[in-house]
Design a protein around this ligand. Structure first.
Ligand code: ATP
Ligand code: MG
Ligand code: FE
Length: 344
């Protein structure tokens, strides 16, 4: 199916077009620069930016894909989770398009889109497969039974998301928002063994109750205490070493529990998605550990890990292939939509 996907859950306005698993266009306009001075996404600013960017992104995507609206088999759109005011811009745009073209509308789950985007790079996914969704707002371990209909959350963070931890640690180190890419870069110049930061929820006792869960707030606090102490003692802060050591702690736990999930459930395939899945150390360590465990790892190219319209389009294509029922024209945005609901 030929599907157009619209994404507007946070600060990226995305319009993507796919034919099955083939990527035809992926236009992304980010308002990230407008949020930098606030150190995080400002919802009102994001909503306004979506309004301004949506139609140009749509026009560029159609031109790039060389597709006419009349050829589409459906309009897919993020219905949640995300920022309410941001989601409604995409949803209103998609509804208007669907009404104008008389094409079916599919309101979809943003998180399932992060998981589905890998199909564009590596084709259909053998299931059941394990998945790690690591983004700015979520960190979840999943079992994917069917990408269009059945994703089960097995564990997740009990406090901060991994991306949130990256962003907060960057702030502590005086690095700009968003912190993930900057820390990734700094870490490549540092020693990951310089400082031993805590690995959340990995003691024997923690594992009893939280085998597949994550916690990053203790790690974030440990980094900020370490930095404060150095500064108080009048010592310089070895930025690259702190970044590398923080990153090592985060990626160590993320990957160890992912491997444990595969072994526990006998999963032979594993994929990653979400903004933090672009992280070089996470990708590298996961490759090492999954290979050792005999699990085939699938990693979408870094450029497809962060928010975009193509991930919603390809999820829409899977939903259509599975005979998913079009959404009602009066569906609303759901800022807390759980991954168990893929099609609204
Ligand atoms: P959600 O998908 O949970 O609603 P979101 O859409 O805001 O949240 P994404 O766009 O998927 O999140 O990812 C953004 C996050 O990814 C930010 O926290 C950012 O710091 C992080 N990130 C991006 N690139 C990297 C990287 N190379 N290393 C680590 N983190 C990264
Ligand atoms: Mg973003
Ligand atoms: Fe996202």
């Amino acid at each position: 199916p030929l599907i157009l996907g619209i994404e507007s859950s946070c600060d990226e306005t995305g319009v993507g077009i796919v034919r099955g698993n083939e990527l035809l266009a992926n236009e992304v306009a980010s308002s990230v620069e407008q949020h930098v001075r606030f150190g995080g996404v400002v919802p009102e600013v994001a909503s306004r930016a979506h309004l301004e960017a949506m139609v140009p992104a749509l026009e560029r995507a159609l031109a790039t894909a060389d597709v006419d609206l009349s050829e589409l088999d459906g309009i897919a759109v993020t219905a949640g989770p995300g920022l309410m005011g941001a989601l409604v811009v995409g949803l209103a745009s998609a509804k208007a398009l669907a009404a104008y073209t008389n094409k079916p509308l599919y309101g979809l789950n943003h998180l399932a889109g992060h998981v589905a985007v890998d199909l564009l790079d590596h084709g259909s996914l053998p299931t059941p497969a394990g998945a790690l969704l690591v983004s700015g707002g979520h960190t979840e371990l999943l079992v994917v039974n069917d990408i269009a209909t059945d994703i089960v959350q097995v564990g997740g963070t009990i406090d901060d998301a991994a991306g949130e931890a990256y962003d907060k640690v960057a702030r502590v180190l005086g690095l700009p928002y968003p912190g993930g890419p900057v820390i990734d870069k700094a870490a490549q110049l540092g020693d990951p063994k310089a400082i031993r930061f805590p690995r959340g929820l990995t003691t024997r006792k923690d594992l009893e109750k939280h085998r597949f869960d994550y916690s990053f707030s203790g790690l974030k606090t440990a980094v900020s205490r370490w930095v404060e102490t150095r500064e108080r003692d009048g010592l310089d802060v070895p930025l690259n070493d702190v970044a590398a050591s923080f990153q090592e702690a985060a990626c160590d736990v993320l990957t160890a529990k992912a491997v444990d999930l595969c072994e526990h459930h006998g999963l032979t395939h594993f994929l990653i998605g979400g903004g933090v899945a672009a992280n070089s150390r996470l990708r590298g360590l996961l490759e090492e550990r999954m290979a050792a465990a005999g699990v085939e790892l699938r990693r979408p190219r870094p450029g497809l890990c962060t928010d975009n319209g193509a991930m919603i389009a390809v999820l829409g294509s899977e939903v259509v292939k599975k005979g998913g029922k079009p959404s009602s024209m009066d569906i609303g945005a759901n800022s807390g939509l759980p991954i168990s609901t893929i099609l609204v």
